[in-house]
Design a protein around this ligand. Structure first.
Ligand code: SF4
Length: 567
């Protein structure tokens, strides 16, 4: 029987509870929203004892459905003040679900702020132990130390120093398949700071002795998995070299943030093209890799330096855009170093790159000076006030310099995909409970009805993020519904599955309303409506009425029936 693990950090106890039957088809992001809405006061201090951190695999995680082991982390965000879910690849999601745990709820707050704690979970249950020797240890070193103690099957979830210091740009790190590098992150919204505030440094999940979750209708499930795999392998395989190869396209489309978004085309875009990383594999080593067992996309690039030494993995488009062009840095090796530092400190690269670009515009360091950016970031856990402001994110840097033009929406730094160029994506940023988060509903192509396009993209992505599927697998609603039905002997329709995505959005909006957000918060910063992108003259032009249409459910369209999730 599936269970929930409840870890109380105030009295240092772990309990198991039965998983509610009515939530069988609710997992990942949707489950996190249900638990937070039910158990957390939306007006609580996100870093106080009343907040809770939910770590939840998707509905399909632990099964053999392709690319479906993502793990959601959810909490009230210290960055936005609203509900937040960020999901990650890595190995822990598959393993937690194989052990029969649908969620880990972390509540309370350790009484002694000097101590650190580690939760070990295996088939015998869960045990908490002190691990103060890992206090403020960076994630790569922490992973190496844990690897000496735990079996090769164990996956780690780690809070980096940024989270321990309560910095609101902090991520939660997950170790990846094979290498066990803490290179996968539930990055956005400062959820690492929530984990750190509780005194929880790490969760170790060892699924030794378990097997993949078996479907009730095993034959049909297997058939469908084979069909999906075949179709993916025979299709365009858009992400076979990862997202980093998107740089030239984004530049051409005027959605490559450059020097704190003053421009959206970068003269060094060719230098930052991710195909260069692929070309380097032959001489430097590295290559494409999958971050979790069962992934058939393998979008994760493993990056080596000129000395053939490992630097980082999953150097993605968003990181290259925010930590590269947005800071005027036209050097992939330096951007890879920044990515590694962010992973090591436990920081979101989008928030950090946005914050660094703003600090550069405010004169703290020169645009294009990659070495200075690396040196400054290296001080995030060494008590440097400016470095700490960068670790707190874009708005904190704006406050630090009293800047007026701050590229953030509802407290969160804007991703690379530019809302002035892509107005439908701007509507997503304005309406999603997640704030400025491209994974909530990215629309890159021109559309006739931007509000409808945004609602549909948000709905399918909410369902995808609840299923455990990686958005790069690009499942349709029908894919998800069919696999749910086989796995749990259910018979839900397309409409029922779409309702699950919509319900997730409604739960998140309800939390945010109770946290104090109103209609006036559903907008972009005023400057995005007046300051045109130089290369295409675009501003964010969606009217308030247009934006508010997203909150009214629209009838299911043919487009939604065919649509694939996309990140
Ligand atoms: S597609 Fe990429 S991000 Fe998604 S699970 Fe596979 S390697 Fe990880």
């Amino acid at each position: 029987m599936d269970r929930i693990l409840r870890l109380n950090m105030t009295d240092l106890t772990v309990k198991e509870e039965p998983f509610p039957e009515e939530w069988t088809l609710v997992g990942g992001r949707g489950l996190s929203a249900k638990i937070l809405l039910k158990e957390v006061d939306p007006r609580c201090d996100p870093l106080g004892p009343d907040s809770k951190l939910v770590i939840a695999p998707g509905v399909l995680s632990g099964s053999v459905a392709p690319t479906s082991g993502r793990m959601s982390v959810g909490a009230k965000s210290p960055l936005t003040g609203g509900i937040k879910e960020a999901n990650s690849g890595g190995q822990a999601g598959q393993k937690l679900m194989r052990l029969g745990y649908r969620a880990l709820i972390v509540e309370g707050k350790a009484k002694d702020p000097e101590k650190r704690w580690l939760l070990f979970v295996n088939r015998d249950g869960a045990r908490l132990r002190e691990c103060s020797e890992l206090k403020l240890v960076r994630t790569y070193a922490a992973s190496e130390k844990l690897a000496l103690e735990y079996s090769a099957r164990a996956a780690f979830v780690i809070c980096g120093p940024a989270g321990e210091l309560g910095l609101s740009g902090a991520s939660v790190a997950f170790t990846d398949e094979g290498h066990r590098h803490p290179a996968r992150h539930a990055a956005r919204g400062g959820l690492g700071a929530v984990m750190g505030s509780k005194g929880l440094k790490a969760v170790v999940v060892d699924d030794d002795g378990t097997r993949a979750r078996q479907a009730e209708d095993a034959a049909t499930f297997k058939q469908y998995v084979t069909k999906m795999t075949k179709e993916y392998k025979g299709g365009a395989q858009l992400f076979q070299y990862g997202t980093s190869t998107t740089v030239p396209l984004a530049n051409m489309m005027s959605t490559l943030p450059t020097r704190n978004r003053r421009e959206m085309q970068f003269e060094g875009a060719d230098t930052l093209d991710g195909m260069k990383l692929v070309q380097n594999f032959e001489s430097r080593g590295g290559g494409m890799h999958h971050c979790m067992t069962g992934c058939i996309v393998s979008c994760s690039n493993v990056i080596h330096d000129a000395n053939k030494e490992y630097v980082t993995s999953a150097l993605e488009f968003e990181t290259i855009a925010l930590c590269g062009s947005n800071c005027g840095i036209a050097d992939l090796d330096k951007v890879a170093r920044i990515d590694r530092l962010c992973d090591d400190l436990g920081l979101d690269t989008i928030e950090t790159g946005g914050a660094m670009g703003l600090a550069m515009e405010c004169g703290a360091l020169a645009f294009g000076d990659g070495d200075a950016a690396i040196a400054l970031l290296d001080k995030v856990d060494k008590g440097d006030p400016l470095a700490e402001a960068i670790g707190r994110g874009v708005v904190a840097v704006g406050r630090y310099f009293k800047a007026e033009r701050v590229p953030a929406i509802r407290g969160q730094g804007v991703p690379a995909w530019e809302p002035r160029t892509l107005n439908a994506t701007g509507i997503t940023y304005a309406t999603s409970a997640m704030g400025a988060d491209h994974t909530a509903g990215l629309i890159v192509m021109p559309v006739d009805d931007p509000a409808r396009a945004s609602q549909e993209a948000q709905l399918i992505n909410a369902l995808c993020d609840s299923s455990g599927f990686c958005q790069f697998q690009q499942p349709t609603i029908d894919d998800i519904r069919t696999l749910y039905n086989c796995l749990y002997a259910k018979s839900i329709t397309f409409e029922d599955a779409a309702d699950l995505g919509w319900q997730c959005m409604q739960d998140e909006w309800a939390f945010n309303r109770a946290a104090g957000f109103g209609p006036e918060d559903n907008d972009l910063p005023a400057w995005m409506r007046t300051e045109a992108v130089p290369s295409n003259g675009a501003v964010f032009a969606a009217s308030k009425d247009e934006i508010m249409r997203v909150f009214e459910r629209m009838p299911i369209s043919d487009n939604l029936r065919q649509m694939k999730a996309v990140g």
